[in-house]
Design a protein around this ligand. Structure first.
Ligand code: P1T
Length: 410
């Protein structure tokens, strides 16, 4: 029993303090994705750490414990937080039960009367939570085209505390210059948060460009298998992390241990998955661009994209090679043409969400962005003919055949 207790304590120590051996070799992205927070378990030698599927923990005396209650902390969740913090080049991360819960934690750092500047095109749920929930608690928001630094600058007021950007945006694929925005934020005493869901840390690391906070819907590329809903916030600022941990523990929007474990398992293949998403999306984007069926094709990897040069600089893999991810939006003539195009696809499944190994297709106006008022959608260029593709990692040839078949049937 004493031996078991000692081993368990050692395990907990490695969970809470991270891997010291790894630090010695300055490991690369995939090594960290596979090993940080995922050391073999010492009690049995299991190469894959077990799931700590427990709500509570035995305490050795009054207030004597390492873990006390799983809303406050859990070893499997901590492993996930360590791993993603390392991939995003942060010093810590705080995991949540969904991307929206993670974003809500960031907004909860603010107080009534504070002002936030947000990208005018964001995921519909981000618009909804600000417009319908946080506005009732006295936060004010300006929706700005953050691709223009001058527009951000002129929106800053004395009450501004946070700039929240999505880059590329969902679903219009517009980019914001993270380094330039971070400098403006620093000069103005304002925090910068970046929703990095579309790129994943494999293709974009905002903290290395001086952002204060990175947020993910881990539901998407980080988990990558369309079987978990989750979210996370990463930072290098210990005081922000402390406040976020307090919000995590107080509000309690936590992910369960099994979901954390599944996401950790998925992270091991993040690099190879992202390369495959990028490869397939590049092939499809060229095919779509060459077709006369589309009014516009939005993919930052195309030289025709207005932010292609910024994408080449800002969206790079850990070796510095540009990568543009797996998301493409296309504009068809109208909603009926969009409906027919989607109907003729066989491999792409009509569904919300993105970033999984399987290809999905979505109609933002009626699905992910239905909560954005129609006039606002049109101002963003988000027409009823817009279709969003989440390009999976199936065989490139099969995806091309699927697209060609749908175009021929149109
Ligand atoms: O669904 P959830 O895990 O709560 O994540 C919200 C969210 C946050 N940020 C971005 C950029 C997102 O795309 C999302 C969720 N998006 C979809 C469900 C979608 O199909 O676009």
């Amino acid at each position: 029993m004493i031996l078991v207790t000692a081993v368990v304590e050692k395990n907990i120590k490695s969970v809470t303090e991270g891997t010291t051996d790894l630090k010695k070799i300055n490991p690369g992205f995939s090594t960290r994705a596979i090993h940080v927070g995922q050391e073999p378990e010492e009690l049995t030698g299991a190469v894959v750490p077990p799931i700590f599927q427990t709500s509570t923990y035995q305490q050795s005396g009054f207030a004597e414990y390492t873990f006390d209650y799983s809303r406050a902390d859990n070893p499997t969740r901590k492993n996930l937080e360590h791993c993603i913090a390392s991939l995003e080049e942060g010093t810590g991360a705080v995991a949540f039960g969904s991307g929206m819960a993670a974003e809500s934690a960031i907004f909860s750092l603010l107080s009534a009367g504070d002002h936030i500047i947000l990208s005018d095109n964001v995921y519909g749920g981000t618009y909804r939570v600000m417009d319908k929930i946080f506005s009732r608690f006295g936060l004010t928001a300006s929706w700005v085209n953050t691709s223009s630094i001058d527009s951000i600058r002129s929106a800053i007021t004395k009450q501004t505390r946070l700039i929240f950007i999505e880059t590329p945006t969902n679903p219009m694929m517009q980019l914001t210059d993270i380094a330039q925005t971070a400098k403006l934020a620093k000069d103005s005493g304002v925090l910068l948060a970046v929703d990095n869901t579309f790129m994943s840390p494999y293709f974009q690391r905002p903290l290395s460009l001086d952002a204060d906070l990175v947020v993910h819907s881990t539901t998407k590329y980080l988990n990558g298998h369309s079987d978990v809903v989750g979210g996370i916030v990463i930072s290098k600022d210990e005081s922000l992390l402390e406040r976020l941990r307090f919000i995590q523990m107080s509000v309690g929007a936590i992910p369960g241990p099994f979901d954390c474990w599944l996401t950790l398992r998925s992270l091991k293949t993040l690099a190879v998955r992202m390369q495959a998403h990028h490869r397939n999306a590049m092939a499809l984007a060229h095919e779509l661009y060459d077709s006369s069926a589309f009014k516009q094709v939005f993919y930052p990897g195309l030289t025709s994209h207005p932010h292609h040069e910024l994408a080449k600089k800002q969206q790079v893999d850990p070796s510095g090679n540009p990568g543009f991810g797996g998301m493409i939006s296309v504009e068809l003539k109208d909603i009926d043409t969009a409906r027919r195009f989607v109907k003729y696809l066989h491999i792409f499944t009509l569904a919300e969400s993105l970033g999984g190994v399987e290809s999905l297709v979505c109609h933002p106006a009626t699905m992910t962005h239905a909560s954005v008022p129609a006039e606002k959608r049109l101002l963003l260029g988000l027409s009823d003919g817009l279709v969003r593709l989440s390009v999976g990692i199936e065989d490139t040839h099969d995806l091309l055949t699927d697209i060609r078949g749908a175009l021929a049937a149109l």
